[in-house]
Ligand binder design. Sequence first.
Ligand code: 5GP
Length: 222
Amino acid sequence: MSSPDADDHLKPWETVRRGLLMLVSSPGGAGKTSLSRRLVADFAGMRLSISATTRPPRPGEEEGREYFFKTREQFEAMIAAGELLEWAEVNGHLYGTPKAPVMAALEAGRDVMFDIDWQGARQVAESAPDDSVRIYILPPTWSDLSRRLHARAQDSEDVISQRLALGRREVTHWDEYDYVVVNKDFDSAYAELVHIYRAERMKPGRNPWLPPFVEGLLGETV
Ligand code: 5GP
């Protein structure tokens, strides 16, 4: 699929927008990271939330790109200082969303994409119900998920088994989400994600420019 032009969903007169929070969850290996990063790359109005974690970096991961890597002490200090919007323990490691960049993006009228587990998605959606959109990504088959985790070759056999077991528990929360996408093929799943994003952006409450626009329409003399 060709890339949609950045912000081609924004209309020229749209000067005020209320940012939305796109919360994307899936079992590890179902493709949520590639899908969400592609959406952020294609839409200039969207920022990616980079989480903090106590998990050690995987081969190829970079500080500040995939995560901000923290010790448990540093992470607990962030919790104590109220610096996290939400946090959760996943597979023995702590993961959390730094609050300040999300607030700055929203104040600038940007949307924010979160790659987040079901616990974090639930916390954010509860604190900002009108601004949150929850999307669950499912693999087409469980063996496909296992194949993808092996193909990544980032984790040991033990860690892959743990991640598959964790994935089974994670998937039981699929029905808490507003949308579900089955990632059978990347391009089709991505197209579905773009449809969801575009439709959600067009909701009247996310477009405070609409009332004055309609007022202007009605005030026009023809
Ligand atoms: P991984 O270790 O594979 O990068 O991530 C493990 C899980 O933690 C994934 O389900 C991922 O979505 C989730 N996760 C990543 N960042 C955050 C976060 O900031 N908060 C929460 N609650 N979960 C996160």
